[in-house]
Design a protein around this ligand. Structure first.
Ligand code: HEM
Length: 381
């Protein structure tokens, strides 16, 4: 048996190992190798000016509120470069840890490091399910319903706390729900935050994934979210765009969000091809998904979700889709920046205390913007 101290040292060593490739990459300072079109910089793109929760009703009344507003309005990036801080957190039960809101989240992050990384250093099945869980909890919120008095659902933890796992659209999320319950028991954090923290953690755990700025302090709810607000993969592009518009998410932002399927596998949508990935590099946050979704021929072994194909061809999305697929890191940087902004918006749907949140980005693992080399040859893991 490892002593607690030895365990912590081991965990921290793992962090350094994972940090190294990214630090080497950062030292190169400039990752892009081709000409940069200002239109490929997320901060130069037109902002979606609709604001969520209390930012819409009372505006930004705190530093965090202003930061989030600036992210959503594309004035600042939603990515947080850097290495985890502290690398070794004070003991969970210590007064020092209790005095720092983010300390417990550093402990959670270390537990997630071990749970989310596969043998080939890609993000694994549990990580990908965590990303989908983040979407399926937060996505159950509607502007129209909120205006009619049903301002609940959204990123409130109800998927786990109210048993929404029994809804057919949540099939496949059982293991991550069980894991989230176990983590909540161990660390005593809020479920709504745990789910969104897990989604951001899993995203940066995928090689090439962005390190999205992460906020905690959401309110939990055990009231089931309104039903019927998650997308149907067989729906038309127009109806999907309308569904997301009703969550304040623009077509532009939706184009970035569905890119999460770059990492994914489908297990239940088409049982005949259960386990098939949505591009040839599952578990890697690359832009191959944007390429392979629009190719004339389906890549062998890849299963294209019909909604992705429909959205890629829609006039309000196809130009952006093409830009995300550009090589030499141009599409990757553009998409990562856009995804981070769009996911920040998604992760705050139904949250009405945004001004009271705390930023804990610093406890997240380091990003790994380079995934060349030995492990690239493996499709599984
Ligand atoms: C038009 C919107 C969307 C539709 C129709 C859709 C549909 C689907 C479907 C059918 C699957 C396969 C589920 C299975 O059979 O196991 C899937 C998986 C997945 N989705 Fe989506 N999705 C959408 C948007 C999103 C968004 C916005 C995110 C995250 C931000 C996301 C993240 C994921 C992930 C990570 C998986 C893979 C889970 C795994 O590998 O186990 N999806 N999605």
């Amino acid at each position: 048996m490892l002593s607690t101290k030895a365990l912590i040292v081991t965990l921290c060593f793992a962090n350094y190992v994972l940090a190294w490739p990214a630090m080497a990459e950062l030292m190169k300072l400039q990752r892009r190798q081709g000409p940069v079109d200002p239109a490929d910089d997320p901060l130069d793109e037109p902002a979606n000016t609709r604001l969520p929760g209390d930012l819409a009703t009372v505006g930004a009344t705190s530093v965090v509120g202003q930061t989030i507003m600036d992210i959503l309005l594309r004035k600042v990036t939603a990515e947080a470069p850097g290495i985890p801080s502290p690398i070794i957190p004070p003991a969970l039960s210590s007064a020092k840890c209790k005095a720092d809101t983010c300390c417990v989240w550093r402990h959670v992050a270390i537990a997630m490091n071990f749970a989310f990384i596969g043998p080939t250093l890609r993000c694994n099945d549990l990580a990908r399910a965590a990303i989908r869980l983040g979407f399926h909890d937060a996505g159950t919120w509607s502007v129209k319903l909120a205006a009619q008095g049903q301002d609940y659902g959204g990123a409130d933890g109800s998927l786990v706390l109210a048993g929404e796992i029994s809804r057919p659209e949540n099939k496949g999320l059982e293991k991550i729900v069980t894991q989230m319950k176990a983590w909540q028991k161990t660390y005593g954090v809020g479920m709504a935050d745990l789910i969104q923290f897990g989604a951001n953690h899993a995203t940066v755990t995928c090689p090439l994934g962005p390190r999205i700025r992460t906020f905690v302090g959401r309110k939990d709810s055990s009231k089931p979210a309104p039903d019927g607000l998650l997308p149907d993969a067989k729906a038309s592009a127009d109806s999907l765009i309308n569904l997301f518009e009703d969550k304040t998410i623009s077509a532009h932002e939706l184009a970035a969000l569905v890119g999460a399927h770059t990492s994914s596998r489908q297990f239940n949508f088409d049982s005949a091809t259960s386990g098939a990935p949505q591009d040839s590099t599952p578990g890697v946050w690359d832009v191959l998904f944007y390429n392979q979704t629009v190719q004339n021929n389906v890549t062998k072994g890849v299963f294209r979700i019909p909604s992705d194909v429909a959205l890629a061809a829609h006039p309000s999305m196809s130009a952006e889709w093409q830009k995300f697929s550009l090589g030499n890191g141009i599409g990757q940087d553009h998409w990562n920046g856009d995804y981070a902004i769009a996911y920040t918006r998604l992760s705050l749907l139904g949250v009405n205390n945004i001004n009271n949140l705390t930023e804990c980005s610093r406890v997240m693992p380091v990003a790994r913007p380079d995934f060349a080399g030995f492990f690239k040859q493996f499709v599984n893991g």
